[in-house]
Design a protein around this ligand. Structure first.
Ligand SMILES: Cc1cc2nc3c(=O)[nH]c(=O)nc-3n(C[C@H](O)[C@H](O)[C@H](O)COP(=O)(O)O)c2cc1C
Ligand SMILES: Nc1ncnc2c1ncn2[C@@H]1O[C@H](COP(=O)(O)OP(=O)(O)OP(=O)(O)O)[C@@H](O)[C@H]1O
Ligand SMILES: [Mg+2]
Length: 610
């Protein structure tokens, strides 16, 4: 790479004396021997640039005075063999533009030996998942002798896929004849995958917010639909009307099941986690699981002995497990096969590739379901947990199964892992923190307020004993419905549409209110929790029943006091009656106990007999 000094004068790309460089110069000569066209950011586009930004000064095409590849005595050749940047030269004057030279770093990157690559077109690096559009971009650029930079999926000699940041540009001789194509490659897999999973996580987050909002409104609507249907059901009806009513009720029911799944996906379910023995759960649900799977599928249980309890909501776990098992069954239909369910104790890698979750370090109970189905291709696996993503026929799947499972597992501070590849079957693994670990971390899974209300049992009687209930609800329809239900149950009902109105109603009634029944999320400055606190300042121990369409932040993180219960929307009239009665009875029992403690011998409180 040495050359006579009598070549045309030009501007060196790197000026040794610190003189500012001028990227605007069209042709920059290499000390009179080679010259090139500065990239000026043109070739890079959105592709990866190893220099951290669009390349400006490096050449995107060049003209050389010494065409051969044989002079390998200079420091520049040594530099090419020493750099860790893979590079190749191809010879466009030979058929199919084969590699004429590949440096050591290229061999390191791809795992091939020199004699395995020289003489071949670079497309041997491409494979099944390589994007054909990107290949076309390369083909067009090469045909037009134009520099180009792309990110393309390539495969190493051993079949390992990697993302390759390729830059290529033409090299001309003095006579203007095309002599070579130069290219540099770089393994950008790690960057690509972390960007990808980050983008996916962000996308899921925003879908989650949208979903939660929608589901919240739908819950209010369904509340009105179901409640109104219940009112109609009490009336004398013809058979035809009764059938129509049953249809409507079933659809409303299905609607509320769907909203529940959406809320689970959005991690806004009202979970009631308990220390749970997952093995025992299997034994308990065994029969139900087998009947779900049907006769074509064999269930193989592989349960770890002495599995510690994990902290999880058993009802939702059952639902999640059902979703996963149904997927396994569907994957193996119609031939059937074996589904292996196993439990284990694991210590997951907190820094696992693509993990954007917030798992605390420690031990987790792993629950895996493995099927011998066809497995998922990469593009399905990538989206399997997206809500409404399904490959099933219309009417066969809604695409909410894994979305629900994912949301539930994350809300339980665990992790969902799916391992699947075509021809290899699918393993779905749910990790849940052990109860001991959750306690040590001082964390309960995300849960709504009203903690400890599990102890509340339905009261002895469902009907109101002329107590006064203050109902606060910003939706007129829901408010009307609640008023109707409660009046019918025999309660005296005061209503308000906001926290402020509620305070006024309280004052107007001289504080003669036996229970506050309020929505948590309300427009304006005061939400249901703040309202409850305010009223309790005036009357400590006032029974409060909160209601909410979803487990919003407030419900999850708000103050938790005894005697506050949460009723999820949509609720049935009977549920409302039970929970109200329970709250009133509990308050009465507490008052009774306080009174009795003051007076001495225990006396039953009249209201406690409900
Ligand atoms: C110098 C040079 C280097 C190249 N390096 C790669 C590479 O690393 N990976 C790749 O997938 N394609 C690479 N290509 C592109 C392929 O060689 C080929 O041009 C592309 O597949 C489009 O042509 P085809 O449709 O005939 O395959 C390179 C091309 C040139 C000219
Ligand atoms: N065990 C599995 N084997 C192969 N593919 C699976 C498996 N589990 C899920 N999938 C793929 O992931 C997609 C999404 O699954 P998901 O459970 O979320 O929805 P669905 O089963 O299609 O519908 P739904 O569960 O709402 O009835 C499925 O349509 C299927 O393509
Ligand atoms: Mg499913």
């Amino acid at each position: 790479m040495s050359a006579p000094a009598d070549q045309t004068e030009g501007r060196p790309p790197f000026s040794g004396d610190g003189e500012p460089m001028a990227p605007a110069v069209d042709r920059t000569a290499g000390r009179g021997q080679s010259e090139g066209v500065p990239a000026r950011g043109e070739a890079d586009g959105s592709a990866f640039s190893p220099t951290g930004g669009p390349g400006v000064l490096h050449w995107q095409e060049s003209t050389i005075t010494e065409p051969g590849l044989d002079n390998r005595g200079g420091v520049f050749f040594a530099a090419i063999e020493m750099t860790r940047m893979p590079m190749v030269l191809t010879d466009p004057n030979k058929p199919d533009n084969p590699i004429a030279f590949a440096n050591r770093a290229f061999l390191d990157l791809t795992g091939y030996a020199e004699d395995e690559v020289v003489g071949r077109n670079c497309r041997f690096l491409q494979g099944a998942q390589t994007d054909r559009d990107t290949v076309r971009e390369l083909r067009e650029a090469v045909a037009e002798k134009r520099a180009i930079s792309v990110d393309i999926l390539n495969y190493k000699r051993d079949g390992t896929p990697f993302w390759n940041g390729v830059f290529t540009g033409p090299v001309y001789g003095k006579d203007g004849r095309l002599l070579y194509f130069f290219a540099s490659q770089l393994d950008i897999t790690r960057r690509r995958t972390s960007e990808q999973s980050f983008r996916q996580a962000q996308k899921m987050e925003s879908i989650g917010q949208l979903t939660a909002g929608l589901a919240h409104d739908f819950n209010n609507l369904l509340q009105v639909v179901e409640g109104s249907l219940e009112v109609v059901a009490d009336e004398p009806l013809s058979d035809k009307q009764r059938r129509a009513l049953d249809n409507a009720m079933r659809s409303a029911d299905r609607g509320s099941r769907l909203t529940k799944q959406l809320l689970a996906f959005a991690r806004k379910t009202r979970l009631e986690p308990k220390p749970t023995n997952v093995n025992a759960l299997f034994v308990e649900f065994g029969e139900m699981l087998e009947s779900t799977l049907g006769s074509g599928v064999e269930l193989d249980l592989n349960l770890r002995q002495r599995l510690p309890h994990c902290l999880v909501d058993p009802t939702h776990l059952e639902m999640a497990l059902l979703n996963v098992l149904i997927n396994a069954r569907d994957a193996m239909a119609p031939g059937g096969g074996t589904v292996t369910v196993s439990t284990a104790l694991v210590r997951p890698d907190a820094h696992a590739a693509g993990a954007h979750d917030r798992m605390a370090p420690g031990e987790y109970v792993a629950l895996s379901v493995r099927d011998a189905g066809p497995g998922m291709p990469a593009h399905v696996l990538e989206r399997a947990t997206e809500p409404f993503f399904t490959t099933k026929e219309v009417g066969k799947g809604t695409g909410l199964g894994l979305a629900m499972v994912q949301g539930f597992v994350q809300q339980s501070r665990g992790r969902l892992e799916i391992d699947s590849a075509p021809g290899k079957g699918t393993t779905v693994r749910m990790l849940f923190p052990t109860a001991a670990q959750a306690a040590a971390a001082g964390e309960a899974p995300d849960r709504p307020s009203g903690a400890g209300v599990g102890a509340l049992r339905p009261g002895g009687g469902q009907h109101g004993a002329a107590e006064t209930i203050l109902v606060v609800e910003d939706s007129d329809d829901v408010l009307e419905l609640a008023r109707g239900h409660l009046s019918k149950l025999g309660y005296t009902v005061l209503t308000a549409r906001s926290g402020e109105e509620a305070l006024a109603a309280w004052d107007a009634a001289g504080g003669r209110v036996d229970l506050l029944f309020t929505d948590i999320v309300m427009p304006g400055g005061m939400n249901g929790l703040v309202l409850a606190e305010k009223l309790r300042e005036q009357r400590p121990g006032l029974p409060v029943l909160l209601t909410t369409g979803y487990n919003d932040e407030l419900a999850a993180n708000g103050p938790r006091s005894p005697g506050m219960d949460v009723l999820g929307k949509p609720y049935r009239r009977s549920e409302l009656a039970d929970r109200l009665r329970a709250a009133l009875n509990q308050a009465a029992a507490r008052d009774g106990a306080v009174e009795a403690a003051r007076r001495g011998p225990r006396q039953p409180h009249p209201a406690a007999e409900g």
